[in-house]
Write a protein that binds this ligand. Structure first.
Ligand SMILES: [Mn+2]
Length: 333
């Protein structure tokens, strides 16, 4: 009888064939480049059935953390098995250096050059598909594996916002082995940050100069690495409305900038601002309204740059406050 709370019958049928092959053959399981929790959790299920896990393009930081929690080690390759399960991956460009022979793609992506095998684009996640297969196979899951699949579902469904009825069938099955709350708390645990990033943030704060314009704060600092993390911290944690990070590299001055959502609401674009400034100083710049960058000739002194940024951006803010051209959505660009 067809179970309308699970995958389509033909997919379950292919799943059963796959299960048989997993019992008899040496099988590889492959995840996409920079693999996320959905890919890692999906691979873990096949690994628990004896498949050898490969991550030819490495794991993302949350993917790594989940693999660690599972005690799962991914090999970079080369893949020696003749048959591979490819999870959460639609395109061969996501599998650097791999030439696939025979494979079965288990996935929720629709577009891609890899042949479909067990693909359901209406599924929230590959973890959902994999959990529904495991349910059909009557597998007993370990706590860690059930939690990992819940993490995969939770992340890819954007906290269940993109769920469908079958998502809950999958979760009902998984919660026989562990609790959803454990999966969610795994996600809220903050990853320990690299010492180098923390040092870069501290140095950036030490060197920070700022100017207040009405109730907006512009800040500029100089740092040689981790510019992205530094700017995020300056806007999100310190509370700057415009953060500029300057770094001197290979005979040029690089300027990176980030805006707070409230600065964007004023209609100020840092990409416009920086490209104008760069043009006047003999460089070039661009980017997005909320995240921009510029490259300037090294002859430009840091002091000149700081003065110009403070002077011009202050004026722009005052003008914007006087004649509000607020963007409709106030998007973050
Ligand atoms: Mn996915």
């Amino acid at each position: 009888m067809r179970d309308c709370r699970s995958l389509r019958g033909e997919l379950l049928e292919k799943g059963r064939e796959l299960r048989e092959r997993l019992k008899k053959e040496k099988v590889a399981v492959l995840v996409h480049r920079h693999a996320d929790p959905d890919a890692v959790a999906s691979a873990a299920l096949f690994a628990s059935l004896g498949a050898k896990p490969y991550a030819p393009g490495g794991l993302s930081s949350s993917g790594k953390r989940l693999a660690r929690a599972l005690g799962l080690e991914f090999s970079p390759g080369p893949v020696s098995e003749d048959f591979a399960v490819v999870v959460d991956t639609a395109s061969s460009s996501q599998l650097p250096g791999v030439s696939l022979r025979e494979y079965c793609r288990v996935d929720h992506h629709s577009e891609g050059d890899l042949d479909e095998c067990i693909v359901d684009p209406s599924a929230s996640s590959t973890s959902e598909i994999v959990a529904l297969l495991a349910r059909d196979w009557n597998l007993e899951l370990s706590e860690a594996l059930a939690e990992a699949l819940m993490v995969g579902i939770y992340v890819d469904s954007k906290g269940l916002r993109l769920s469908r009825p079958q998502t809950f069938t999958a979760l009902e099955y998984l919660t026989r082995f562990s609790k959803l709350s454990k999966a969610i708390s795994f996600l809220s645990e903050k990853e320990e940050e690299d010492l180098s990033i923390r040092v870069a943030k501290v140095k950036a704060c030490e060197r920070l100069v700022h100017r207040k314009v009405k109730d907006y704060i512009i800040g500029i600092t100089e740092i040689g690495s981790n510019e992205g993390a530094v700017m995020r911290a300056l806007v999100q944690c310190v509370g700057l409305d415009a953060a500029f990070v300057v770094s001197r590299r290979e005979g040029e001055l690089r300027v990176y900038a980030r805006a707070s959502p409230r600065l964007l609401k004023l209609g100020i674009s840092l990409s416009e601002f920086l490209s104008e400034l760069a043009r006047d100083l003999g460089g070039r710049g661009g980017g997005h309204p909320g995240a921009a960058g510029a490259i300037l000739p090294s002859a430009v002194s840091y002091e000149t740059l700081v003065n110009k940024i403070f002077g011009r951006l202050s004026r722009r803010i005052v003008e914007a406050l006087r004649s509000p051209v607020r963007t409709e959505s106030g998007s973050e660009g």
